[in-house]
Structure formats: C-alpha cells, structure tokens
Design a binder for this molecule. Sequence first.
Ligand code: ZN
Length: 401
Amino acid sequence: MTVWDDLVGQDRVRGQLAAAAKDADALVTAVSDGKPLEQGSKMTHAWLFTGPPGSGRSTAARAFAAALQCTSPDRALGGEPGCGFCDGCHTSLIGTHTDVQVIRTDLLSIGVKETRDLVRRAQLSPAVGRWQVIVMEDADRLTEGAGNVLLKAVEEPAPRTVWMLCAPSLEDVLPTIRSRCRHLTLGTPPVEAVADVLIRRDGVDPERAHSAARATQGHIGRARRLATDERARARRAAVLKVPLRIADVGGCLKAAQELIDTATEDAKQMAEEVDVKETEDLKAALGGVAGGRMPRGTAGAMKELEDKQKRRKTRTQRDSLDLALTELTGFYRDVLALQLGSRIAIANVDVQDSLDRIAESSTPAQTLRRIEAVIACRQAMDRNVAPLLAVEAMTMSLRAG
Ligand SMILES: [Zn+2]
C-alpha cells in the first residue's frame, strides 16, 4: 500500500507528484542538515489540479500532501516518500494531520473572510510536519475578492507552505492565480480501473462494481455511492424512468415535481444530519444552555450560522438535481448511440429495454434536441431560474422531442 492507491487511472499525474514529493523531501532534509532552504529549491508552492468531476482531483491533492509529510525511514535508503504507513502519511490521509488543512465548502462561494483566515494560517511554519499544506477543494468557488486575497499568499508563499487548489478546469480559476500555479490535469479514469478499485478497496462484488462503474462513466465517488448505497440506486432508477413517463402533459408535470421533491428531500436529510449538531455545538461554545435562552450579544453568530445552513441547503438541492440531469443526459446519449449504431459502450445497460424502446420510437434528431433540453435546464438553473419551472420546461421539451 502507498498513498497513491486511491488515485485511480492517473499514472502520469502520479509519476509527476511522486517525483515532486521526492524533491521536496530532499529539500527539507537538506535544510535540517543546516543548508539554506532556498538553495537549489525545486519545490513549487502552488499547485492546481484540474479534471472532470469524479476524476480524483482532491484525492490526488491529498495523496501528494501525505507524501510531503511522509516520515518513513525508507526514504533515507532511497525509497520514495508516500509509504502510506508512517504517522505522517496515515494522519494526512485520514484528515487528522495538524499541518494539512483541507478546505471543502458546502456553500456556493468561498468569501474574503474565510480566505483571509486561511492566508494567515499559511504564513505559519509547519507545527509538526515537514510542510504546511492547504488543500482547497473548490477553488472555482472563490469570489473575486477572495481570489485577490489568495493571490498575495500564492505570490509570496512562506518557505514551507504548499497550496493545492482543485477545480474542474483552468477556466474556472482566476487567471492571476492559475498563472502562478503548477498545473496538473487529471483525465476520466477508465471504467475498468474504477470497477477494480470498488472491488479491491470497498469489497463490492464484481458484477455490481462493473455495473456501477459503467453507469457513472468513470466518476469514482458516484460509482462508489451507486455500488454501496441502496437509496442511490433507487433514485437513479427513478430518474431513468422519466423518459418513459412523459407521454402527456400530466406525466411531464408529475415527473418534474418528483425530481424536485427528491432533491428537496436530499437537502432536508442533509440538514437533519448536520445542522442540528452544528447549532448545538455553536450554542454550547457561546455559553448557552440546551433549550434555554442564549446570552446577550450572541444573536449575530447564531444568525450567521443560520444563513450558512440555508445556503448549504440550496447547494445540496442543486447538486442533487444536477446529478439527476447528468443521469438523464447519459440516458439519451445511450439512445443516440443505439440509433446511430455506434460501437461505444452503452453506460446504462441495466435499463437496456427502455433505451431500446426510446431509440425505436424516435429519431437521432429528436434525441439531440432532448439532450439540448437537459442542457438548457442546467443553464437555466445556473441563471437562478426557479428549479421547478426549469425542470417543467425540460420535461415538456423532452415530450415534444
Ligand atoms: Zn509515509
């Protein structure tokens, strides 16, 4: 086992990171031997990981962080850092290393205030580890103001600080920031590699692993959820029935309402899991008594938390709808492949009957228009059109074909 084990189907990136970790390791060792740090420094202090959702951007960043913190004695014998076993590797991977901070946001944007706090932290020397590492999973969500705050830190990094930013594509990151980062691109991992990791690491049986990997087209997180979560399978099955249920206007409106209800239910469930505890924790921290009145002057902090929870609910609902739209697009892509007699692998083999029915009863031109209708729905939601309206417009267009 090594720190790179979860990075699936990304051999090139893995090689680059392993080499960089080795250089970084030699650098820290040289410094502790009394040589000045900047001499012959090959370390890049700002990295940018891009790749499609599910390709493993944050997994790559985390693995790299672990390799940077590796303290395995084998390194001195010429071994690569990133053993996966030592305390540095292990705590980095499970998220408890003091000098590895992973920023994951539930919100639609990362603001100036949070970024200032991070930048302040980034000025510190590592407390126990070899580097101070900050992984920002959603660098595409930095507001422009926050980006400018971050820019200063990336331009003049502290000598032992490493920033790792993750985003879907280069275009999602402010040009000033991306130009100062070393850029690594991850590709969509092959279906076989995803199935393999589900079997090996998650103990999923091979048939289910292959089916989940194929259905999600190389998105590891979604494949894992589909393979291990009964509820996720039921939801996907419901979404893939939509194309058969929109024969009349009533069916269209009902299908739209159900897609919205499912997303709302997801957001509600997430809120129940997280919000209650979060609120109790804050109350306790502010000196409140369970069920009692809060001390004076704490209303602002409570209000801030409520706002944050409300924004998170919106995002969860959007993410859930987005997943449904992705699944619908995949369905019609399969239909198109069948209609055109394309040899590319069908993703949704488990609903082959429905695919055949729709493929036979429509033309490729209609299928293309349907795919466009799903894309238009996503764009409408990006413009903050009310979700139910956007989804109703979509189901009506799917019916018209
Ligand atoms: Zn190690």
